[in-house]
Design a protein around this ligand. Structure first.
Ligand code: LIP
Length: 273
C-alpha cells in the first residue's frame, strides 16, 4: 500500500533535523581547516571537501528517514531516481551555500534544504552554519526565524531601499551584472553583496534587506529561501512574466517589486551571458 503523502510540517521537521546535523558538520570542518578540493565552471567556482561531505551526509540521512524519496543536490546532482506518482517527494539541497565565504572563513554560509511534493516546494529550512540563525517555512504556514514570524520590509520607496544581489562566476556574466549594479546603485539606498543566495532571500523575508535580485541561481540556491521569502509575503518572481529561476530571481515586498522590476527590466538584468 502506498504510504500517505507527508504533511508540509512533517517534511519540515525532517528538514530541520537533517539541516542542523549538516550545519554542525560544516562548522566542524571549517574549524579543522578548509581548502579547495576542485573547481567547477571557472577557476573561482570552488568546491571544498566539506561541500561534498555535507551533501553525502544529507543524502544518507534522507535515505534513512525518507527511503525512496528523490534528492537533487549541488554536488551530486539528481542521484538515484525516487518514487514517482502523486505525493512523490523530492529533496533539494545546497550543502554549503556561500562556499567562497566558507573558504575564507566569513561567517555567512548556510545549509539549504527544501522538500518538493509533486513539483511544488512545500517546506524549507535555511541554517547559517556559522551563526546558528535558522529560517523555516511551510507552504501556507508562514515564514519564521527562531520562533519569530517574518513579514518582510515595510519600505515603499525604492530610493530608500537596501538591495542585496550576487554575481556569477563567469567573467563575461559578471561584467554584465556589474553594469546593471553600476546603474541601479544610484537609484537605491545601497547595494549589499553578501555571498549566499539562500541567506539573502531569508534576509529579505526578515526585512534585514528590503529586496534581493540575482541572475543565475540554481534550484538548490532558490528552493528553501524562495519559500521563506514568499511565505513572508514577498513576491518572488522573474522578469517580464518569467517565473523565478536561472534567468532572474527578484524577491521584494509588493510596494517595491514593481519599481525594482521596472529598473531591472530596463537594464536587461536577466540578459547577457
Ligand atoms: C553562491 C550563491 C550566491 C552567488 C555566488 C554563488 P555557492 O552559491 O549563493 O548568491 O552570488 O556567486 O553562486 O556557489 O556558494 O553555492
Amino acid at each position: 500500500m502506498d504510504r500517505p503523502a507527508p504533511t508540509p510540517q512533517q517534511l519540515l521537521t525532517i528538514a530541520v533535523e537533517v539541516a542542523r546535523d549538516a550545519a554542525a558538520t560544516a562548522y566542524r570542518m571549517r574549524a579543522e581547516g578548509v581548502s579547495v578540493a576542485a573547481t567547477k565552471s571557472t577557476a573561482t567556482d570552488v568546491v571544498t571537501a566539506a561541500d561534498r561531505a555535507v551533501e553525502r551526509q544529507v543524502i544518507a540521512a534522507l535515505r534513512e528517514l525518507r527511503p525512496g524519496d528523490a534528492v537533487l543536490g549541488e554536488e551530486y546532482g539528481a542521484g538515484a531516481a525516487g518514487a514517482t506518482g502523486p505525493g512523490a517527494v523530492r529533496w533539494i539541497v545546497d550543502p554549503i551555500d556561500g562556499t567562497v565565504n566558507y573558504l575564507y572563513g566569513l561567517p555567512h554560509f548556510a545549509v539549504s534544504l527544501a522538500a518538493e511534493v509533486d513539483g511544488t516546494v512545500v517546506a524549507g529550512v535555511v541554517r547559517n552554519a556559522s551563526t546558528g540563525d535558522e529560517w523555516t517555512a511551510t507552504a501556507g504556514g508562514g515564514a519564521w526565524r527562531d520562533g519569530q514570524r517574518l513579514r518582510g520590509s515595510t519600505e515603499t520607496d525604492l530610493g530608500q531601499a537596501l538591495v542585496a544581489t550576487g554575481f556569477g562566476y563567469d567573467p563575461r556574466r559578471r561584467a554584465h551584472q556589474a553594469r546593471v549594479v553600476a546603474e541601479l546603485i544610484t537609484q537605491v539606498r545601497d547595494i549589499r553583496r553578501l555571498g549566499a543566495a539562500a541567506i539573502d532571500l531569508c534576509y529579505a523575508a526578515e526585512g534585514r534587506v528590503d529586496a534581493y535580485f540575482e541572475k543565475g541561481l540554481a534550484a538548490w540556491d532558490l528552493a528553501a529561501g524562495g519559500l521563506v521569502a514568499s511565505e513572508a509575503g514577498l513576491r518572488v518572481d522573474g522578469l517580464r512574466g518569467v517565473p523565478a529561476g536561472p534567468d532572474m530571481v527578484v524577491a521584494a515586498p509588493a510596494a517595491l517589486f514593481e519599481p525594482l522590476h521596472a529598473r531591472l527590466a530596463d537594464l536587461d538584468a536577466s540578459g547577457g551571458p
